[in-house]
Design a binder for this molecule. Structure first.
Ligand code: NAD
Ligand code: UDX
Length: 463
C-alpha cells in the first residue's frame, strides 16, 4: 500500500490535486515539491488565503491537511527518496525554439524530473505522469529511468488530470472519471491497482477507468481537443449569427437540447484561453504531422485558427464601431483572467485584445478582481510587440471597476466574473463619455437593461 507520495510541480494541477488526495487520504503523507521558492513559500504562508492559486474552496482543503499529511517543500531529492509513488506535474508548454517550435510540447522539464528521479531513487518506485504529455512519452521516461537509474524497478503510469480551473476542487471531489493507464504486464497491473486504491478513497469504482498507457496519454489531448472544438464551433457560428440576425444563444440552446449534442461548452465568447487548449491541440497537430497524417493535423489546427480569428475580430469590431479610431481613447477592460474564478491569465483572450488595441494607440484600463498589475504587464511584455515602457504607459490597472470605467469611451467585458452583473450600470453610464459603448465578450450583461440606460451594447453572436 502506498504510504508516501511526492509530487513534483506545485502549480495549478499539482497543488490542488495533491491537496485533495491529502485531505481524502489522511493515512498517506503527501509532499509537493517545486524549484520555485516563492511559490512554495506562498503554499506555506501562515495565512491560508495567501496560497498562490485562487480556486474556490481550495484554501479550506489546504487548511485541513497542511502540516498534518500535506507538505510543501523545495527539497526535491529528499521527497523523491522518501516516496513510494512520484507524480510528475510540471509544466509542458509549447516549444519556443528549435524543431517543433510553436507546436510541439517542450518536454525538457519532464526529462529533468525523470533524470532526477533516476539519480535519487534507491528503491522501487511508481512514477505517475500527471502532466499532459504527447502520446508515447512514457516510453521516453522509462528509457531514462532504466538507463540512468540505480538498478531499481520503475513502473510508469499515465494519470492525466481533467480538472478545469475555477472549479478545480469540485472537479477533484467528484470527477466525471479518473483515467489510469499502465503496462499490461502483471507488475504494470499491480501499479495501476495501487493508484486505483488511492482514488477509491473517495471516487466510486465505476468512475475509475484503467487503460493501456498510450490510450491514457492520447485521451487527455483528445478530450481537450474536443472541448476546444466545441467552443470554436459555436464561435464560428457566432459570426454568422451577427450577419444573419440569428442569435447564437438561441442557436446554442436549440442544438444543446439534442441529447446527442448536449448543452455544455456551447457559450460563444471572445475566444478560449487558458494554458491547456491551444497548447494541447498544437501538440496533437504536431504529433499527427510527425506521423505524416496531414489531413488529421489540418483538421485540428483549424480549431486554433478559428480561435485566433475570434479574438482578433473582437478587437477589430471595437475599433470599427468607435468610428474606426481608438487612438487616444480610453477602453475599460472588465476582466483579465482567462475565465472566472481563477487568477490564471495564461493565453487569456484579454491579452490579445489589449495588444491589438494598444497597437491602435488606445489606452486600456483594467479591472480584474483577482489579477494584479504586475501580472498584466508581464503578459503583455511576453508578447514582445512593443517596449515594456510602452506597455506600461498604455495599460493601467485599477482595483475599482467604477474607476476603470470612468471617462471611458467603451467597456469591454473579457472575463465572465459574476460580480460584473451586479454593478450599478446607471452610475457607470453617467461617468462615461458618450456615446457609451459596451462590448460584451462573454454575453453576461443584460442587453435590454443596458440599452434602456443609454448604452450602445454589442454581445457576441447577435445583433
Ligand atoms: P504550472 O506552471 O502552474 O506548474 C508547474 C510547476 O512545475 C511550476 O511551479 C514549476 O516551477 C514546476 N517545475 C518545473 N520543472 C520542475 C522541476 N524540474 N522540479 C521541480 N519543479 C519543477 O503548470 P500547471 O498548470 O500546474 O500544469 C502542469 C501540467 O498539468 C501541464 O502538463 C498541463 O498541461 C497539465 N494540466 C493543466 C491543467 C490546468 O488547468 N492548468 C489541467 C490539466 C492538466
Ligand atoms: C480545460 C479543460 O476543461 C479541462 O478538462 C482540462 O483539464 C484543462 O483544460 P480550463 O482551461 O481550466 O480547463 O477551463 P475551461 O472551463 O475548459 O475553459 C477554457 C476556455 O474556454 C476559457 O477561456 C473559457 O472561458 C472558454 N470557454 C469555455 C468558452 O469560451 N465557452 C464555453 O462554452 C466554455
Amino acid at each position: 500500500m502506498i504510504k508516501n507520495i511526492c509530487c513534483i510541480g506545485a502549480g495549478y494541477v499539482g497543488g490542488p490535486t495533491m491537496a485533495v488526495i491529502a485531505q481524502k487520504c489522511p493515512h498517506i503523507k503527501v509532499t509537493v515539491v517545486d524549484l520555485n521558492e516563492k511559490r512554495i513559500a506562498a503554499w506555506n504562508d501562515k495565512y491560508v488565503n495567501n496560497i498562490p492559486i485562487y480556486e474556490p474552496g481550495l484554501s479550506d482543503v489546504v487548511a485541513e491537511a497542511r502540516g498534518r499529511n500535506l507538505f510543501f517543500s523545495t527539497e526535491v531529492d529528499k521527497a523523491i527518496d522518501e516516496a513510494d509513488m512520484i507524480f510528475i506535474s510540471v509544466n509542458t508548454p509549447t516549444k519556443t525554439y528549435g524543431v517543433g517550435k510553436g507546436m510541439a510540447a517542450d518536454l525538457k522539464y519532464i526529462e529533468l524530473c525523470a533524470r532526477q528521479i533516476a539519480r535519487v531513487a534507491k528503491n522501487d518506485k511508481i512514477v505517475v505522469e500527471k502532466s499532459t504529455l504527447p502520446v508515447r512519452t512514457a516510453s521516453a521516461i522509462k528509457d531514462i529511468l532504466d538507463n540512468t537509474g540505480n538498478g531499481v524497478q520503475f513502473q510508469i503510469l499515465s494519470n492525466p488530470e481533467f480538472l478545469a480551473e475555477g472549479t478545480a476542487v469540485e472537479d477533484l471531489f467528484a470527477p466525471d472519471r479518473v483515467l489510469i493507464g499502465g503496462d499490461t504486464t502483471p507488475e504494470g497491473q499491480k501499479a495501476i491497482q495501487q493508484l486505483v486504491d488511492i482514488y477509491a478513497n473517495w471516487v466510486p469504482n465505476d468512475k475509475i477507468l484503467t487503460t493501456n498507457v498510450w490510450s491514457s496519454e492520447l485521451s487527455k489531448l483528445t478530450a481537450n481537443a474536443f472541448l476546444a472544438q466545441r467552443v470554436s464551433s459555436i464561435n464560428a457560428l457566432s459570426e454568422l449569427c451577427e450577419k444573419t440576425g440569428a442569435d447564437v444563444n438561441e442557436v446554442a440552446k436549440a442544438i444543446g437540447l439534442d441529447s446527442r449534442i448536449g448543452p455544455k461548452f456551447l457559450k460563444a465568447s471572445v475566444g478560449f484561453g487558458g494554458s491547456c487548449f491551444q497548447k494541447d491541440i498544437l501538440n496533437l497537430v504536431y504529433i499527427a504531422k510527425s506521423y505524416g497524417l496531414n489531413e488529421v493535423a489540418d483538421y485540428w489546427e483549424q480549431v486554433v485558427i478559428m480561435n485566433d480569428h475570434q479574438k482578433r475580430r473582437f478587437a477589430k469590431n471595437i475599433i470599427k464601431t468607435l468610428y474606426n479610431t481608438v487612438s487616444g481613447k480610453k477602453i475599460a477592460f472588465l476582466g483579465w483572467a482567462f475565465k472566472k474564478d481563477t487568477n490564471d491569465t495564461r493565453e487569456s483572450a484579454a491579452i490579445f485584445v489589449a495588444d491589438d488595441l494598444l497597437s491602435e494607440q488606445a489606452t486600456v484600463t483594467v479591472y480584474d478582481p483577482k489579477v494584479d498589475s504586475a501580472q498584466i504587464q508581464f503578459d503583455l511584455n511576453y508578447l514582445e510587440t512593443r517596449s515594456e515602457e510602452a506597455n506600461n504607459k498604455g495599460v493601467q490597472t485599477v482595483d475599482n471597476p467604477y474607476e476603470a470605467c470612468k471617462d471611458a469611451h467603451a467597456i469591454a467585458v473579457l472575463t465572465e466574473w459574476d460580480e460584473f452583473k451586479t454593478y450599478d450600470w446607471q452610475k457607470i453610464y453617467d461617468n462615461m463619455l458618450k456615446p457609451a459603448f459596451v462590448f460584451d465578450g462573454r454575453n453576461i450583461l443584460n442587453k435590454e437593461e443596458l440599452e434602456k440606460i443609454g448604452f450602445i451594447y454589442q454581445g457576441i453572436g447577435s445583433r
